[in-house]
Design a protein around this ligand. Structure first.
Ligand SMILES: Cc1cc2nc3c(=O)[nH]c(=O)nc-3n(C[C@H](O)[C@H](O)[C@H](O)COP(=O)(O)OP(=O)(O)OC[C@H]3O[C@@H](n4cnc5c(N)ncnc54)[C@H](O)[C@@H]3O)c2cc1C
Length: 565
């Protein structure tokens, strides 16, 4: 039985100033508040809704998001989520739910998830529906002393002055409040009024197609169908429709493309779902329904002085591949530590600028990948011709099977998308001039190199991400490598540095020293720390990077073939 989500905390705001105001309590806003609160930054998060989740999206959580969740102490919440841990994350393409299964992409359950990332990460992609995912973030954020969560408060205006931002807020009973902060993070979703009021345009292609969404309850669904459990069923006949599991049982999010002038009623939605069931006689209850449009857009700027955009406010993409929210959580991981240093007055003038320089290209890349997944999906053969007996229907099904196998596998083999993005053109990263592995959507090659994710390794029985410091970490492959100049360079900037000696160098073997940022990205890697002062100034945004000669990047264990994730 699905757990109804609860309203979020509301009430008086009771403060006039804070460090950062986060506008929007969707997953990205909650993650932002949680990241900042974990770093000791005072945060006020406001959301205009009551916080009850009535139309869930974004259950596909990627490995990089899981690593971030682990870093804020929230990963255990997965096991307490209501989604059955042993339910396979398979994707099945079928004619109708009573017809033929055409292709199945097998993926392990949440319980067996680590099999997909062995040697690459201590976390793995999971299926974690919003009822429990957003709630876990919210509950954890609410526990943190620096975080104040206030639902049913709407941000009506943001005014910037030289050294701060004033936010006008409207409360549940129409009461007004003005709260002042050093920074505002706009996590107010695709329609972001804050982005619009800052005059920041979206670049790309909007309203590429309209789809209908609905949350439906179909008791007996899994028992009635002959197919093995899957988190998603792609139905291709009589019209295409996707069932996405919300609880591993009766609750499903249904989505299907609409023709130009179609505006379905609840009866139309019920009939379309019934058709997709292929005659299975099951009760269909539509709990919520809403049309939505697919966009492929990225904001032209991610920041206007003290107002920063994150999540759907900064980029929107097709859901195909499940990269939208995950890209937003990537924004949070990149931005949190930079804002924390800025609030404390320890950031160089270029540090916040680097947010857009690093994240905008990743957003563009993920928007492209999602659009490519969508194009492959919408191009599949579909329609009533796939149903029935006889050579014509059989040939149509064979055709569809071939197309699915040829074009759809990469959507669920996206380890490269998840782990392989890099910030090699960043002004705060000292990146090598030499060659780096290609950014391939399916395959991730661990590489010890400025701008890339610090490869997973084991440190005395703990995964690397568990031993990273809350600020910077210097990894060294030998205990006797001198690090005094690094320690004094960070001390001069009043920023923390933890030094970790790797017991087994593994992927780091050829690179004696690696400077890892608070978000797990390598700021610099090389042989000698002679240039420590310059590198630290660069990593903190006091001066822009110039390409350095350093050790050639070294590849760790090279995974073979596609990684099903
Ligand atoms: C069918 C579908 C399936 C998807 N599946 C996935 C998936 O599996 N994985 C994935 O990563 N992504 C997925 N996505 C994308 C994902 O849903 C979005 O990227 C994600 O919800 C964006 O989160 P957000 O916090 O940026 O914005 P939102 O979730 O839109 O939250 C914005 C919040 O801001 C609040 N707000 C807005 N204006 C104001 C204001 N003025 N004052 C106060 N509050 C305000 C709103 O009430 C809202 O709570 C899917 C999308 C769809 C449509």
């Amino acid at each position: 039985v699905i757990r109804p989500s609860q309203p979020g905390p509301t009430g008086d705001i009771g403060i006039d100033t804070t460090d950062v105001i986060v506008i929007g309590g969707g997953p990205v806003g909650l993650a932002m508040a949680l990241d900042l609160g974990t770093r000791g930054v005072n945060v006020l998060l406001v959301d205009r809704s009551d916080g009850v989740i009535s139309y869930p999206t974004a259950e596909s959580i990627d490995v990089r998001t899981m690593e971030w969740i682990r870093s804020v102490g929230c990963a255990d919440a997965l096991d307490q989520s209501g989604f059955p841990v042993n339910y396979p994350r398979d994707i099945a393409f079928v004619t109708t739910m009573r017809g033929r299964e055409l292709v199945r992409f097998r993926r392990p359950s949440n319980a067996e998830r680590l099999s997909t990332t062995a040697g690459l990460s201590c976390e793995a992609p999971v299926w974690w529906p919003k009822f429990w995912f957003d709630t876990a973030l919210r509950d954890r954020a609410a526990e943190l002393r620096p975080v104040l969560l206030r639902y049913r408060w709407t941000c009506s205006a943001v005014t910037q002055s030289g050294d701060g931002v004033h936010v006008d807020l409207l409360g549940p009973a129409g009461e007004k409040r003005v709260v002042r902060a050093q920074f505002v993070v706009a996590c107010d979703g695709g329609q972001s009024t804050i982005r619009k009021s800052a005059g920041i345009r979206m670049v790309g292609s909007v309203r590429e197609a309209r789809w209908q969404g609905a949350m439906v309850q179909i008791d007996g669904f899994l028992a009635a169908t002959r197919f093995a459990p899957s988190v998603q069923y792609y139905v291709l006949a009589p019209r295409r429709l996707i069932f996405g599991s919300l609880d591993g049982g009766s609750f499903w999010r249904v989505t299907y493309p609409l023709s130009d002038h179609e505006t379905p009623t609840i009866e139309d939605v019920t009939r379309t779902v019934r058709d997709a069931l292929g005659g299975l006689d099951l009760p269909i209850v539509v709990h919520d329904m809403r049309p939505w449009s697919g966009h492929s857009v990225v904001a032209e700027a991610f920041r206007d002085r003290r107002v920063v955009l994150a999540g759907d406010a900064a980029h929107q993409m097709w859901p195909s591949g499940g990269h939208g929210m995950n890209t937003g959580i990537g924004d949070v991981a990149n931005l949190g530590w930079k804002l924390a240093l800025a609030v404390r007055g320890l950031a160089g003038p270029g540090l916040l600028d680097s947010y857009e320089r690093e994240r905008r290209p990743v957003a563009e890349r993920n928007v492209r990948r999602a659009a490519s997944n969508y194009a492959a999906d919408i191009g599949l053969p579909n329609g009533p011709g796939l149903i029935g007996e006889g050579p014509v229907a059989e040939a149509a099904r064979l055709d569809a099977m071939r197309a699915i196998r040829d074009t759809r596998a990469t959507e669920w083999s996206s380890m490269g998308v998840q782990l392989g993005y890099r910030y090699t053109d960043s002004p705060i990263v000292v990146a090598p001039g030499g060659s780096v592995p290609p950014d391939d959507p399916s395959t991730y090659l661990p590489v010890v190199c400025g701008g890339h994710r610090a490869p997973h390794t084991d440190v005395d029985g703990l995964p690397l991400i568990d031993v990273l410091g809350s600020e910077f970490t210097l990894l060294r492959t030998q205990q006797d490598l001198p690090v005094d100049n690094w320690i004094s360079a960070f001390a001069a900037r009043r920023v923390g540095l933890k030094v970790v000696t790797l017991p087994r160098a593994g992927a780091y073997e050829q690179v004696p020293l690696s400077l890892v940022r608070p978000d797990g990205v390598i700021a610099w890697a090389g042989a000698s720390g002679a240039d420590a002062d310059h590198i630290v100034q660069t990593a903190l945004g006091f001066q822009a990077a110039h390409t350095q000669t350093q050790a050639e990047p070294t590849l760790g264990a090279v995974p073979t073939g596609m990684q099903q994730c």
